[in-house]
Design a protein around this ligand. Structure first.
Ligand SMILES: O=P(O)(O)OC[C@H]1O[C@H](OP(=O)(O)OP(=O)(O)O)[C@H](O)[C@@H]1O
Ligand code: HPA
Ligand SMILES: [Mg+2]
Length: 183
């Protein structure tokens, strides 16, 4: 069935061109920061980070590896359950490596707080955070990204990897989900 955007999206918050432009800038900062450091491991958090991870990685000009973890705290809705469960772990040893956690969004902060702690314990040389979107008004745990693409207001957004009940990840922009879809 064809998606009817008018029924789903209230407004386009960040269009594709702005996303690509900002991600190139972020990649430039990453290239500079990690230039003289140990081996870099980009760790994308499934599934939300897929688009951001791909676009960021294409613009990174350093030796690096790509890893993925899958954790879950949002159980098919718009509210965090508060429990962070690891569903898929890393495939490699990160001892002594520079880990960059790649996220689509920081909302309550629970996902990244749990992940960062777990990766530091495993002996990474450093664990830093890059997020495409930051929704600071919703924070429950004090955690700040090292690099952030856009600060956004307290609205539920979809597209560019972000879902509502697993849908709309494929949209090439970030849009505000119409309230009538989930209320
Ligand atoms: O800061 P928080 O409140 O923890 O929320 C942010 C996290 O929640 C979403 O993931 P989700 O668990 O829904 O899985 P998904 O990436 O597969 O959509 C999002 O992709 C972040 O990983
Ligand atoms: O605004 C959001 N949209 C989609 N997934 C999310 N996970 C946390 N916040 C959001
Ligand atoms: Mg989600």
């Amino acid at each position: 069935m064809k998606i009817d955007l008018e029924d789903v999206i209230d407004q386009v918050l960040i269009d594709e061109e702005s996303l690509n432009k900002r991600i190139k800038q972020l990649a430039g900062q990453i290239n500079e920061y990690y230039l003289d450091k140990n081996e870099l491991v980009l760790v994308g958090i499934l599934k939300g980070s897929i688009m951001f991870m791909a676009e960021l990685a294409k613009n990174i000009k350093l030796d690096c590896t790509l890893e993925f973890m899958d954790v879950s705290s949002y159980e098919n809705g718009t509210q965090s359950s508060g429990n962070v469960k690891i569903i898929k772990d890393l495939d490699t040893d990160i001892t002594g490596k520079e880990v960059l956690l790649v996220e689509d969004i920081i909302d309550t902060g629970r996902t990244l707080d749990a992940l960062k702690e777990s990766l530091i314990k495993r002996g990474a040389n450093s664990v830093k955070i890059i997020t495409l979107l930051d929704k600071p008004e919703r924070r429950e745990i004090e955690i700040k990204p090292d690099w952030s693409g856009f600060k956004i207001p307290n609205e539920f957004v979809v597209g560019y990897g972000l879902d509502y009940m697993q849908m709309y990840r494929n949209l090439p922009f970030i849009g505000v989900l119409k309230r009538e879809v989930y209320e």
